[in-house]
Write a protein that binds this ligand. Structure first.
Ligand code: BES
Ligand code: ZN
Ligand code: ZN
Length: 497
């Protein structure tokens, strides 16, 4: 979807290609629906009576209107039980509506419903997100994919609170960045190498956003032995991609948000090679880095008044005669030595150097996003990511932003008693434990050693970052989800208040 325009209108001012209404699962029609039904000569009543219109979440019924309404079509979008309606519900309903429209596209009018347990503003935001994320296609690389006519405009029929169209318009701009992050995650690893990711990031530079991509020589000069080792086996060398955002109207407060992303453009596991099944999905092991790049770009586009430094560690974890090996001892940029016990635990290695760099460049509050452990996906599936933090207030801030944004995140613990499982007999730390226990928390304990002084949080998004299959809500497509972009924007908004 290229661009989506949002307007608040009164019914009848323009004829949309479709009028959409949220329809709860309950006996009888609501007030708003009843008025429409009178003009439709009772067709909705009859459909309901015949059991064809039940209001199940994600289900739609489409009617052609023959001039009875000021819209060519009516799409009744089920939202499930009224009392359970939340933002995710409306995202799902909006996604079902665009998918039902199929090739029609054009203008969709939504009649908002003030009897739903969600403010009109929140309804509009969710509908815009559901429309944009629901119409995303990952099939860019098909040669005969017929381009669908996109939904270009959403009209909201409502006695709108002031500013609803404007805030929904900002949501649409963020939505484009979410889909941009999905494009990056879905890009095949032969196309999207660390160098190319750096080039894509550099294309975003503008008056308030500066971008540089440090090359292997510079990475070595900085003493980043961990990032360097992970990237060494590939002919496509590593990059440290650094993006700095300076708000045009100056920042509110002294916070410098440091965003750090894992961007393994392909994770074969290295010498500790992964099994073949689904290894292709490891092109998505850069989803955290993609979210960081798209997230800072979205914040810059919205010109939010907060300073941000983003550091993305990009590398390809392959096998070659020059691979790093189990048994190797690496020296990270902060001086700590790491014994390699599993080359597939590479994410924490590249993040170690990136966290150090973000702190050195002045980040006061750190947040890293990474598809870090398979066990986190086993634990939480495709919906929640897990969060770790070294400070309670920072954890609360992250969780609140995450929940408000739709990028669901659940807290996990850190504790010094876990530290011994990453003790090495030879070096300061080892990068993986030989016990098949607690791998997400051990990874987080490892990262904590590189996060320096001050608040730091880590989000392990291995589950919701890249989907094996449709999630059955508004993320109907396999592949990248853009998880983290909305969270970053929401966090930046809150920190700038
Ligand atoms: N990129 C993987 C984690 C992953 C697995 C993300 C599945 C998404 C889906 C990561 O680099 C990895 O391989 N982690 C290992 C760590 C282990 C060796 C300690 C894992 O989780 O098995
Ligand atoms: Zn790995
Ligand atoms: Zn990985």
């Amino acid at each position: 979807m290229e661009k989506l325009t949002i307007e608040v209108r009164q019914p009848g001012e323009v004829e949309p290609d479709a009028l959409a209404i949220p329809f709860p699962q309950e006996d009888g029609l609501s007030n708003g629906t009843r008025t429409l039904d009178e003009r439709l000569k009772g067709r909705l009543q009859r459909l309901a009576k015949d059991g064809e219109l039940k209001g199940d979440l994600g289900k739609t019924v489409m009617l052609h209107t023959d001039g009875e309404l000021d819209a060519r079509r009516l799409i009744v979008a089920g939202v499930g039980k009224r009392e359970d309606v939340d933002a995710d519900t409306l995202r799902t309903a909006a996604s079902a509506v665009v998918r039902r429209l199929g090739d029609v596209g054009g203008t969709v009018a939504w009649q908002l419903d003030d009897s739903l347990p969600l403010s009109l503003d929140d309804q509009a935001t969710a509908i815009v997100e559901g429309t944009m994320l629901g119409s995303y296609s990952p099939a860019r690389w098909k040669t005969e994919e017929k381009p669908r006519k996109p939904v270009e405009k959403i009209l909201f029929y409502t006695d709108a609170p002031d500013g609803l169209a404007e805030s929904a318009g900002r949501t649409a701009r963020v939505g484009r960045w979410v889909n941009a992050a999905r494009d990056l995650a879905n890009s095949p690893p032969n196309e999207l190498t660390p160098q190319v990711l750096g080039e894509r990031a550099a294309e975003l530079s503008g008056p308030n956003l500066t971008v540089e991509a440090l090359e292997p020589g510079q990475i070595d000069e900085l003493g980043m032995g961990a990032l360097s080792a992970v990237g060494r086996a590939s002919a496509n060398g590593p990059r440290l991609i650094v993006l700095r955002y300076e708000p045009p109207q100056g920042a509110k407060g002294d916070t410098v948000l440091g965003l750090v992303g894992k961007a393994i453009t392909f994770d074969a596991g290295g010498i500790s090679l992964k099994p073949a099944l689904k290894m292709e999905d490891m092109k998505g092991d850069m989803a955290g880095g993609a979210a960081v790049i798209a997230g800072i770009a979205a914040v810059a586009e919205l010109e939010l008044p907060i300073r941000i430094i983003a550091v993305v560690a990009a590398a390809e974890n392959l096998v070659s005669g020059d691979s790093f090996r189990p048994g190797d001892i690496l020296r990270a940029a902060n001086g700590k030595t790491i014994e390699i016990t599993n080359t597939d635990a590479e994410g924490r290695l590249v993040l170690a150097d990136a966290l150090w760099y973000a702190r050195r460049e002045g980040a006061t509050h750190l947040l890293d996003l990474a598809t870090l452990t398979g066990a986190m996906e086993l634990a939480l599936g495709d919906f929640y990511a897990g969060a770790f933090a070294n400070e309670d207030d920072w954890m609360k801030e992250i969780l609140a932003a995450a929940e408000a944004s739709g990028d669901h995140t659940w807290p996990f613990p850190l504790h010094p008693r876990y530290r011994r499982y990453v003790d090495s007999s030879f070096a300061d730390l080892k990068n993986s434990s030989d016990l098949r226990q607690g791998s997400p928390v051990l990874a987080a304990e490892f990262l904590r050693e590189f996060a320096g002084e001050g608040p730091w949080a880590h989000i392990d998004m291995a589950g919701p970052g890249f989907l094996e299959r449709s999630r059955g809500d508004y993320l109907t497509q396999r592949g990248g989800t853009g998880y983290g972009v909305r969270l970053i924007v929401e966090l930046a908004k809150r920190l700038a208040r």
